[in-house]
Design a protein around this ligand. Structure first.
Ligand SMILES: [Zn+2]
Length: 97
């Protein structure tokens, strides 16, 4: 298991927002983050304020409905692209005989 620096999901808010929070902590890397620090989790104190179980958060659990639809669309697109790529590889290898 890799570990990665997380930032509170409320760090996405504007700094002027009263809920803005820039807490960071080291956490298990569940999404294989390579470039950006993940910010899908609320920090412990924000979780308490929002009545969220800090440990039961998943990359999808805090998304708004709109964000979830967007993410699912993106996933579908990636899935289709992968299928097309696989088909191309398959047909290329059968063509070679
Ligand atoms: Zn926070």
């Amino acid at each position: 298991m890799n570990y990665v620096m997380h930032f509170c999901r409320n760090s996405r808010l504007s700094e002027r927002n009263k809920n803005y929070c820039n807490n960071g902590w080291i956490d298990k890397d569940l999404t294989n983050a390579q470039v950006n620090a993940p910010d899908w989790k609320y920090c412990k104190s924000c979780s308490e304020k929002l009545n969220i179980d800090f440990d039961s958060q998943t990359p999808d659990s805090n998304l708004t409905e709109k964000e979830l639809i967007h993410k699912n669309r993106l996933r579908e697109r990636i899935k289709k692209a992968n299928q097309i790529r696989l088909q191309k590889i398959k047909s290329a290898s059968t063509a070679k005989g």
